[in-house]
Ligand binder design. Sequence first.
Ligand code: PLP
Length: 442
Amino acid sequence: MNDRATRTHDLSAFWMPFTANRQFKSAPRLLSKAKGMYYTSDDGRRILDGTAGMWCVNAGHCRDEIVAAVQAQAAEMDFAPTFQMGHPKAFEAATKIAKHTPGDLKHIFFVNSGSEAVDTALKIALAYHRARGEGQRTRFISRERAYHGVGFGGTSVGGIPANRKAYSGAMLPAVDHLPHTLNIKEAAFSKGQPAWGAHLADELERLVTLHDASTIAAVIVEPVAGSTGVLIPPQGYLQRLREICDKHGILLILDEVITGWGRLGAPFAAQFFNVTPDLLTMAKGTNNAAAPLGAVAASKRIHDAIINSAPAGVELFHGHTYSGHPIAMAATCATIDLYEREQLFERAAKMAPVFEEAIHALRGTRHVIDIRNIGLMGAVELASRDGAPGTRAYDTFVRCFQKGVLVRVAGDILAFSPPLIIEAEQIAELFKTVGEVLKEVD
Ligand SMILES: Cc1ncc(COP(=O)(O)O)c(C=O)c1O
């Protein structure tokens, strides 16, 4: 029990998201400050951030340039509408983003979260097909173990049973799922992309035959599935998905909410894997999580089809009050400037082998049944306790936090995604602590 937290804060009113509320409130973990690679807990301890917050603070915490940009924007203009109006920072931010997006995905639609980016991308896919006279293409194909946020669209294409269960009667009607690509028997302890598993992309051909290509609008996948424990695409898998989509006139949406902005050592996973989607979603690292933000990058073909086929007036009936919010835009401009000035994506690529060696050094540690990594993301999968799945990793996470290291948990998987500024000694500290804790937990 963290006495300080319960003494100084009333914890009852905040209904916490994706949290075991009763358990948390009986033993809270509160963070009160952050700088660079570290959080400070409310009892004054320094916590090494092995997760970039939640896969989002890629440039490290409270960077001076981003703080200054947010402060200046808040003082200069707090809000301006972007429906039939505009403000310069939104155009500047879109231009800066478009410098880094792959291929001709240079048209940027702003929203406020990854979930909204996903639902927006799905709607743009439908609008595109309709604009071309193929309005019957309404089906989406996604993947088991996918996480695409919590909107009704994202939940429907998501592949996590617990996230769908309570809402299962109200999912989008036309969605099918590919199998996920994790296979510990075939590919345990792979470094980078597993050699096994490209054939799983051929399942898409089976679903196309089943439903008929003329009913399918888009395939949506995370290039590396993050939230369900860093599932890395087998060699050739994403290329194969791209080929099958092209063959059948199906759009490919890459959900890069986690993999975007340098996580793999390239601006986006699209460039890292050399697979260009038709639509790309981003959020999190886009502005270093300094303000809520998401975005969709659309190809010229999609943008032009929707814009040019519409009668005079509004072309796409979609958007949010806070699409292009000035503070989120100011944070985006400052963040991208920082990424470029410090060459943080190149830095991530350089640190990836150090990260790989350190995480795989846990092989042979008690409970560990798989380790996988790519770029600056990785996972350590633990054997589950009999009859109590998830509890071993959760206990590991709590003990790591007590010892000053923040890791993430998905089931019995520990996931790692440090800020791209991490130093070799901090990588060593992160995995040394995890190794010690794994020896302690039963
Ligand atoms: C791939 C992916 N898509 C969408 C989302 C949803 O983003 P948000 O939590 O900002 O709504 C996430 C969040 O982790 C994600 O990892």
